[in-house]
Design a protein around this ligand. Structure first.
Ligand code: ATP
Length: 233
């Protein structure tokens, strides 16, 4: 569904990504694990079109999208929940969700919103509240919910558990797992590598902008060297 091959790029003259390749198939949850500064956020931003690559290829269902503007990638079915839950603080929960569907001409916005409320009942209770007043966990749910409003087939999540209490991390990762079972392809960047690999199908390890390991999540979880280096053990 999502295929990245030979992706290189960075910030002006500073090269961060060095020929990275990965793929995520339908109904697959793929974890991208690596230490701070390895290039995970840079890769997600490049895939969603917030930042250009200098070389390489990105395909969505076989269609090349590397040179496509970010909003058209959303229309094609790619959604990105950026690091740090960037919700629109002064706007209500409902209005934040509506913004996630601003490209939708199908008239199905209310149905999609109700589906988000089914997934995250805590948001339904706060539907008229300003997003800025929500707890960190609720803001993360809203950021994910907003991305779901574009009906993505591929969803990329950048550190959704950052700064959350353990029970909320479980809630959010459970829902991510559920979305995969419903058929979505998910690329999950997580500092909480063990939790991510436990729910993932496969995983990639990224080190200084290069993929250094690619395997099933089970094999990565069992890898002693990896556990010592990245899994905090
Ligand atoms: P983290 O978990 O800390 O977010 P990461 O793996 O997501 O790490 P990136 O945020 O992609 O890593 O950062 C990769 C490298 O790019 C780092 O060395 C970082 O300092 C550098 N970097 C990030 N943003 C910029 C920027 N706007 N300009 C220049 N360098 C940047």
């Amino acid at each position: 569904m999502l295929e990245v091959s030979g992706a290189s790029g960075g910030y002006g003259p500073i090269q961060i990504l060095h020929g990275l390749s990965l793929r995520v198939d339908k109904a697959e949850l793929v974890a991208l694990v690596g230490s701070n500064g390895a290039g995970k956020t840079t890769l997600l931003r490049s895939i969603s079109g917030l930042q250009p690559l200098t070389s390489g290829d990105i395909r969505l269902d076989g269609e090349p999208i590397r040179h496509m503007p970010a909003h058209l990638r959303v229309v094609r079915g790619l959604a990105h929940v950026p690091e740090g839950r960037q919700v629109f603080g002064p706007l209500s929960v409902e209005d934040n969700l509506r913004l996630g569907a601003y490209l939708d001409r199908s008239g199905a916005v209310a149905r999609k919103r109700d589906r988000v409320f089914d997934l995250f009942p805590a948001l339904a209770e706060k539907r008229h509240a300003a997003a800025g007043g929500l707890s960190g966990g609720q803001q993360q749910m809203l950021a994910i919910g907003r991305a779901l409003m574009s009906s993505p087939r591929v969803l990329m999540l950048d550190e959704p558990s950052m700064g959350l209490a353990p029970n909320l991390v479980d809630t959010i990762l459970d829902i991510v797992g559920q979305l995969t079972r419903d058929g979505m392809a998910i690329l999950l960047v997580e500092q909480n590598a063990v939790a991510a690999l436990r729910i993932a199908t496969r995983g990639y390890v990224i080190e200084t902008g290069r993929i250094t390991q690619a395997d099933t999540a089970k094999a990565l979880l069992g890898d002693e060297r990896l556990r010592a280096a990245y899994l905090g053990e």
